[in-house]
Design a protein around this ligand. Structure first.
Ligand code: GLY
Length: 371
């Protein structure tokens, strides 16, 4: 396949970010409304993605204004980390693309401590009876003491990083224990995963699956499948455990085989007729980056080429049909869905779609992602 479009897509995306350094500036975007990214505040779980885009952009271009803005945004998140009460399992989404990216870029000691504090919080959420990391907190979701969610697979690289950084395996033990529980209690025979699993927080016994942002307990929320395929690829990258590799491959096959021609899924692969009226481009962007990550972990051969080509095909679908270059829109990728069952932010551009689109394009150019 002619891949010249990859350079073109990357150049246009970097151009848009160049403009956004001033146009978006000191905001913590979640979704774009009326062509303009909103400011959801530093507490929200997506606050790390705009700084993450800035770090990727800085690494690709050397632009120091982007780096300075990313650091200011990271500092603006301190009151959230130190305030404690609003933070939950998503500290990986928040502090990997900010503080850990900062520390890995220039060795900043304060950034390192922020990353370790976030990792300690995540490890502290581990429930030893059920061997899972608790999702959310009472403020976000009442009575969720026994809940674990598939999204959390993407927070685990914070724990792997913390173990490497401190030489203390505890963080990694928590990450692998949680991953093993996801294998035993979430994973289905067809490679798909529910959004939420509820456990008895006292005994650790599984109670049931819960639909969450997906259609129902037995459905396959599209972004959840993307979190799984990428998260287990990271688990394999960090541990070499082939069970995680198999889980990532199976989740990838489920995702790929259910995609329509333009490569962007309906918000839930098993949404019934009448509820298939919203796509989720963010699931596609995350899956593309995950598939390319998976491919990079494999030895040369047909498998490696297969996962790369599937990731590239999804990116091409996003570039051809979902990207905006009109000049009227701050976001790159259109048509994401945040929470269909709750009717929240349906058919909008979402900041993490832009993040994973850029990350995937840069991986194709040999750069690493931030997860
Ligand atoms: N982690 C929440 C979501 O994917 O919407």
């Amino acid at each position: 396949m002619d891949e010249r479009w990859i350079d073109e897509a990357l150049e246009k995306t970097l151009d848009k970010i160049r403009t956004n350094v001033d146009a978006v500036g000191f905001r913590y975007p979640h979704v774009s409304l009326g062509g303009r990214y909103n400011d959801q505040g530093p507490e929200f779980w997506t606050s790390g993605f705009w700084p993450g885009i800035l770090w990727l952009y800085h690494t690709a271009t050397g632009d120091d204004a982007a780096k300075m803005l990313a650091i200011r945004l990271e500092e603006g998140m301190d009151r959230v980390l130190d305030g404690f009460v609003t933070i939950h399992h998503d500290v990986g989404f928040m502090w990997l693309p900010t503080s850990v990216a900062h520390y890995l870029s220039d060795g900043d000691g304060t950034a390192r401590v922020r990353g370790l504090k976030a990792a300690s919080h995540l490890a502290g959420r581990f429930n030893p009876a059920g061997r899972f990391i608790r999702a959310w907190n009472d403020k976000v979701q009442a009575n969720s003491q026994g809940w674990a969610i598939i999204d959390c697979m993407m927070n685990l690289p914070l724990l792997y990083w913390a173990s490497r950084e401190t030489g203390d395996p505890r963080f990694r033990h928590v990450a692998t224990a949680h991953s093993d529980t996801v294998l035993s209690s979430f994973r289905r025979g067809d490679g798909s995963f529910p959004h939420i699993v509820s456990f008895d927080p006292e005994t650790g016994v599984k109670i049931c699956n819960i639909g969450g942002q997906g259609y129902g307990p037995n459905s396959a929320w599209a972004r959840g499948q993307a979190w799984a395929l990428y998260g287990f690829a990271i688990g394999y990258r960090e541990t070499g455990d082939v069970r995680y590799l198999e889980a990532s491959k199976d989740a990838s096959h489920f995702f790929i085989s259910h995609l329509p021609e333009r490569k962007v899924p309906v918000w839930d692969f098993r949404a019934p007729e009448g509820k298939r009226d919203a796509e989720d481009s963010s699931a596609a962007a995350c899956a593309a980056s995950g598939l390319i990550e998976l491919s990079r972990l494999l030895p040369d051969g047909p498998d490696k080429e297969f996962y790369r080509s599937q990731g590239v095909a999804i990116l091409k679908g996003l570039y051809d049909y979902y990207a905006d270059w009109s000049g009227d829109q701050q976001a790159v990728i259109l048509h994401g869905t945040v929470h269909y069952p709750a009717g929240r932010n349906i058919d909008v551009p979402i900041i993490y779609a832009d993040y994973f689109f850029l990350e995937a394009l840069l991986k194709l150019k040999g750069m690493k992602g931030l997860f």
